[in-house]
Design a binder for this molecule. Structure first.
Ligand code: FEO
Ligand code: CA
Ligand code: CA
Length: 620
């Protein structure tokens, strides 16, 4: 979506460095790190040249069933025929000839079979009440939670965004009912899905299924839970989640949904002047012109009764996909910013480690480390996401980096903030003071089994000064950076390099721009999804990279003016789910997908179920 590319970071954390000099010193460092790291592999992309250095096997897990059958080194990671550049456009999706797809849960699908349905008729819209019983719009991050192996499970899916013209059929809401319809189209859907004997998936009746939207009761937990900054004079109970972008999932079986561009849903109907914190988080009198503030005082920044309501958004929210009665919990220990997603892993000592991007031009990358072993914490009745340390990343030009802790025990932060709750609520301001590195819009993070963390930096057309981690000024097409922490994810230092620069692929069959969704599979593949103007006539797309060789192949292209985002797999990795978001930007004259072209139907966000025609692991 297009609302995450402003600038609200006015701090001076922009080290200027001569690009050539930094690149030269980076290469020297990389050469050293290859020698020092027997388990490491490093691919440096410079210009159109890919220099590859391989030491050992990269340290990936070798799943037992593969290890016994044949040596992993001989396996072809990318065996499929790619979608060619010339084939990757138009009003319907294109997929590799070795694969097929099925459309699942378009916007308006009833959460429970037999419920109210919206089919894209441009002359009618769901009522707000009907929308609260249906799959929302703006399909984004999601995760599959198995109930019976690879055939049956819960799919939790984010609904990031639905422009008024797409949801309401008009630019401006004219009533509270209009605002409620928009609000009910946002949030999260949890649906129960099952694979039938003909191989097709369908939504089934479920006691676990539910819709969570902008008016669903939520709870706060962690250091800022009861902080005055999260209380309003009206005393209204906390409700809802919004702009749910990417996601994470925990080892204890819960879903994490991330609130990204929450600022855009607030506006001011009366006199209002932004505070320093409101300015830093990008609040304005009109927001994204949703107009919610005109009919819902919670979203009116000038309504003194609802002062601080805006601080209740911008968090990571934990949802139990198996229990429809659980109250979603906002985990304040993970900080408040424009959360793109959570790349979660278990680090040394069984600690949970969360890598998180704050998607705005010149904003930061964060890491949370739980206080103790996650199983021990849960046994003591403590959420591993409630106690721990939050860090922000500083990328040094020599290929090293530091995780800087956001703690009130730091005198520089204690001079500005009263307590840890305030540090977390205003995490961006705290990170400014610590001297974090402003990045080119950090989107998804994903963790490969060899401990490399990959992060997409989608673009930054406003960058004027480069540093080694953000080496292009401007950077219209983005890049993917990766790092490896010391001490198995829990250390406070790391080494990093750039995996690929998108513009270097243009004019080739590997062409892509604006990397966004990422997923590293257990074998060394990196799935890359895009959101932005693709070059070479392409629609947005999903590609697969071989992280050992740097080779990239295109598996899927979406429909005109959509975004490809969201990714999850069944445990056997032979079924993958991905999404198209805002196909045709909601304009039925551009595409009617998933309805037949020419039907006149409003295009609808939906999920694609992707399988290999011979049942192989996705990406093979
Ligand atoms: Fe919601 Fe930054 O993508
Ligand atoms: Ca995104
Ligand atoms: Ca994006």
């Amino acid at each position: 979506m297009t609302h995450d590319n402003g600038i609200s970071n006015k701090s001076k954390n922009r080290p200027f460095q001569d690009v050539l000099q930094t690149r030269i010193s980076r290469r020297n460092l990389l050469a050293r790190s290859i020698v020092l790291s027997a388990a490491g592999f490093v691919t440096v992309v410079a210009g159109n040249q890919v220099q590859q250095a391989v030491a050992g096997t990269g340290g990936y897990y070798k799943p037992w069933f593969r290890r016994r059958r044949r040596p992993w080194r001989r396996r072809r990671l990318l065996g499929f025929k790619p979608v060619k550049v010339a084939e990757g456009s138009g009003s319907i999706p294109n997929i590799s000839p070795n694969y097929e797809y099925q459309v699942l849960i378009p916007w308006g699908t009833p959460i429970q079979p037999g419920g109210p349905e919206y089919d894209g008729d441009p002359n009618t819209r769901p009522t707000a009440d009907q929308q609260a019983q249906q799959v929302g719009i703006g399909h984004d991050g999601m995760w599959f939670f198995p109930i019976r192996g690879n055939r049956h499970g819960m799919l939790a899916i984010n609904h990031e965004f639905g422009r008024n013209s797409h949801v309401l059929g008009k630019e401006t809401p004219e009533s509270h009912e209009d605002v409620l319809l928009s609000q009910h189209a946002h949030g999260v859907s949890v649906v129960e899905i099952r694979k039938r004997f003909n191989g097709r998936w369908k939504v089934v009746r479920s006691r676990r299924a539910r819709r969570i939207h902008v008016n669903t009761p939520v709870a706060f937990s962690g250091p800022a839970a009861n902080h005055p900054l999260l209380q309003t004079p009206a005393g209204n109970k906390p409700l809802g989640t919004v702009n749910n972008c990417s996601n994470g999932h925990t080892p204890w079986g819960t879903y994490l949904t991330c609130e990204e561009n929450f600022n855009g849903y607030f506006g001011a109907t009366g006199e209002w002047k932004a505070t320093e914190a409101q300015e830093r988080y990008g609040f304005s009198e009109t927001g994204f012109n949703y107009g919610w503030e005109k009919f819902d005082p919670r979203f009116d920044l000038s309504n003194k009764n609802y002062q601080n309501e805006e601080n209740r958004f911008g968090w990571v929210v934990e949802i139990d996909p198996m229990n429809a009665y659980q109250t979603p919990v906002k985990r304040t220990a993970l900080g408040r910013f424009k959360h793109e997603g959570v790349g979660l892993t278990v680090g040394r000592g069984g600690r949970v480690v969360c890598y998180m991007g704050d998607d705005q031009r010149f904003d930061y990358i964060y890491k949370f480390v739980s206080a103790d072993n996650w199983k021990r914490m849960l046994a003591q009745g403590i959420s591993p996401l409630d106690e721990g340390k939050l860090y922000v990343a500083k990328f040094n030009d020599d290929g090293t980096g530091e995780w800087l802790e956001l703690t009130i025990e730091n005198p520089d932060l204690a001079a500005k903030f009263k307590d840890q709750g305030e540090v977390l609520t205003y995490a961006r301001l705290a990170a400014d003071i610590l001297g974090a590195t402003p990045m080119d819009r950090p989107e998804w993070t994903t963790i490969a089994p060899n401990e490399y963390v990959y992060c997409s930096l989608t673009n930054n057309s406003r960058r004027e000064q480069t540093d080694a981690a953000n080496p292009l000024a401007p950077n219209p097409d983005g890049h993917i950076i990766r790092w490896r922490d010391t001490n198995r994810h829990v250390g406070t230092t790391f080494t990093w390099d750039i995996f690929v620069i998108a513009q270097d692929t243009h004019g080739t069959e590997e062409s892509f721009s604006d990397p966004d969704g990422l997923w590293a599979d257990p074998y060394g593949r990196l799935f890359i999804q895009t959101d932005g103007g693709q070059k070479d006539g392409l629609n947005n797309q999903m590609l697969v990279a071989n992280t050992r060789t740097g080779e990239i192949r295109r598996l899927f292209t979406g429909v005109t003016d959509d975004e490809i985002t969201g990714l999850t797999v069944t445990p056997d990795q032979r079924t993958m789910f991905i999404n198209t978001q805002h196909p045709g930007n909601g304009d039925p004259t551009l595409t009617n997908f998933p309805a037949p072209q020419g039907s006149g139907k409003v295009p609808r966000d939906c999920t694609f179920v992707i399988t290999h025609r011979r049942g192989r692991i996705i990406g093979s």
